[in-house]
Design a binder for this molecule. Structure first.
Ligand code: TYD
Length: 211
């Protein structure tokens, strides 16, 4: 029986989830907890290679189903190599994106069927589900602006999904809000317009209450 806890962070590009994940990890470590940070896609050596294929803007030839399978290929490797063993040790695992991302980007965004995504999740993750998911919500304009700014700074080599249309990202946001309404006991919706410190505080509060 796994005794650890599995927390995921979700939200649109530029919502601040990566910064907040790091802050939460630091906060737990200060309390003496053993924390593992990981990311999807990526998180393992194999996953990082898959991530390159997925996010390279030159790879415009990828079909939606190929993309879907690659996201789950990265996740299957991460679950088996990193996440499960950490949970079995009793660690706290913080993951930057997980299957909710696939449900909204490939499901809602690309129009692939949610039951197909859930079936692949069953195969790739073997029943592993987050105990808690922090969803940081920002509006479309803020997301596009922050993603553009970041890509200008760090380069365009991971921008394939960011480059999608505003209509695509708008479906992604709707998808997230629908998921939050569907699973209120698992997903905590946090308003990403608040200051960084305030978002950090809201996340700590939610985690204390539920984990
Ligand atoms: P990420 O590294 O979190 O990028 P960002 O910091 O811009 O949020 O995720 C990379 C991209 O991959 C992001 O645009 C969302 C997309 N993605 C999917 O389309 N499906 C998935 O299942 C996952 C995990 C990510």
């Amino acid at each position: 029986m796994a005794t650890g806890r599995f927390l995921t962070f979700e939200g649109m590009d530029g919502c601040g989830k990566t910064t907040q994940l790091r802050a939460l990890a630091e906060w737990f470590r200060q309390q003496g907890r053993s924390v593992v940070e990981t990311v999807e896609p990526g998180g393992t050596e194999i996953g990082r290679q898959i991530r390159k294929v997925l996010l390279d803007p030159a790879n415009t030839a990828i079909f939606p189903r190929t993309e879907l399978l690659l996201y789950f290929a990265s996740r299957a490797q991460n679950v088996e190599e990193v996440i499960r063993p950490a949970l079995d040790r009793g660690d706290l695992v913080l993951c930057d994106r997980f299957t909710d991302s696939t449900l909204v980007y490939q499901g809602a965004g690309r129009g692939l069927q949610a039951p197909v995504v859930r079936e692949l999740d069953r195969i790739a993750c073997q029943g592993l589900e987050p105990h808690l998911t922090i969803l940081i919500d920002i509006d479309l304009e803020t997301s596009l602006l922050r993603a553009r700014r970041r890509n200008a700074k760090v380069g365009q080599d991971e921008s394939r999904i960011d480059d999608e249309s505003a209509a695509f990202h708008s479906k992604v946001r709707e998808g997230y809000l629908e998921l939050a309404a569907m699973f209120p006991e698992r997903i905590v919706l946090i308003d990403g317009r608040a200051t960084m410190a305030e978002v950090t505080r809201l996340i700590q509060e939610a985690v204390l209450e539920r984990v």
